[in-house]
Design a protein around this ligand. Sequence first.
Ligand SMILES: [Zn+2]
Length: 452
Amino acid sequence: MARTRSRHFFFPEALLADGWCKDVSLKLDAQGTIEAILVNSSPEDAVVVSGPVIPGMPNLHSHAFQRVMAGLSERGSGDDFWGWRETMYRIANQITPEQLKVIATQLYGEMLRAGFTSVAEFHYLHHRPDGRPYDNAAEMSLALLEAAADTGIGITLLPVLYRYSDFDQGAVEPCQRRFASTPDQFLELVDALIVATAQSYLAYTGIALHSLRAVSIEDIKAVTSSVVNLPVHMHISEQMAEVEAAIQHTGLRPVEWLFENLGVDNNWCLVHCTHLIEREINAIADSGAVVGICPITEANLGDGVLPAEELLGKGAKTGIGSDSNIDLDPIAELRLLEYGQRLVQQRRNILTTLADGQNLWQRCALGGAQALAQPVGVLQSGKRADFLVLDKDHPALVSRKCDHIIDSLIFAADRTAIRDVFVAGVKVVDAGMINRQEQRLHAYAEVVAVLS
Ligand SMILES: [Zn+2]
């Protein structure tokens, strides 16, 4: 599959900002940004794309290396998040920069195949396993950027500040040494990545704070005051044990403590937010921050079910992430998001009453775009041309009229209903196949054999 960009597309039907439109003509600039959209137009000399077209989904939370441990911690009675974390540390402490690039290249190809057209990579494997920096302190980060460039996915790389083992601000444990940095080391890495991504129209830099367990409020203030207008991501309120520890050490719940001490705004993405009370929900909704929901990972880790109805009902921004990368599928993430609410509340159409399936897709695509600080999430002038072409002959979509296409995609189909995927106007998935699929899988198989 040649990686060439078309500059002029014609879609018989496409989901634009205001809904489904017919006979859509899309003109792009040399970097794949949409210059003009016309509806009720004619194909002229455009590349005609047959099948319904929808915006690609940004993936707002990924730990690439965790893909290699998918399926390795699904046995043993009484296991929980903290047991899973031990397996994660064992794998994390073996991975070399070369292996990370192979893992991420395979992973990002799978993400594209599933309809994720960009990813926020929450990256904390910075140093050698004993904690000494690599000769180039950005070596592990660059492996991820190279993997993204190789596959053609958009990336917002989020180097993570990680300093302490817990709320008492004790030193990191030996198994956490390669994660740990001082704020000064961290800011040097951020600067290096800003330079590394400056010339790319697909790669961006943000920052992440691992969690309130792993950084202090003073650390957060120090780094956020040094980097203005970059995305700021953080794990928060994922586990009840974390909520209880925050109350014990600060007197407040994690989200309350964060908002009490910092000006959380629309640069922020708060990942998980599984355990919230009403005043935390109100604060998040009022802030403009994005809630990063990872339904499959949260289910896999037994985290709990977030109060999504209340969050969406209050107008909170939301997006979805594949997090531990146990499964890669935005369709399945949205389905589980809705089904989790139904199972808890014993009724139907909960988020879809607020938003319907189509609006849920659009809302999460826009929330994801905000979290990644990338011009994506909707097909309109000035945005990057990241889009999915659905298979109109898929049994779940055949003969469906526009209003029911995305409902049917989310609740009755799977990733095989996505036929082609374009990023910045470049076809990166063709009839369900990603570029150099077999070659990548072969390299990945060798890495998995070594690391498992
Ligand atoms: Zn995470």
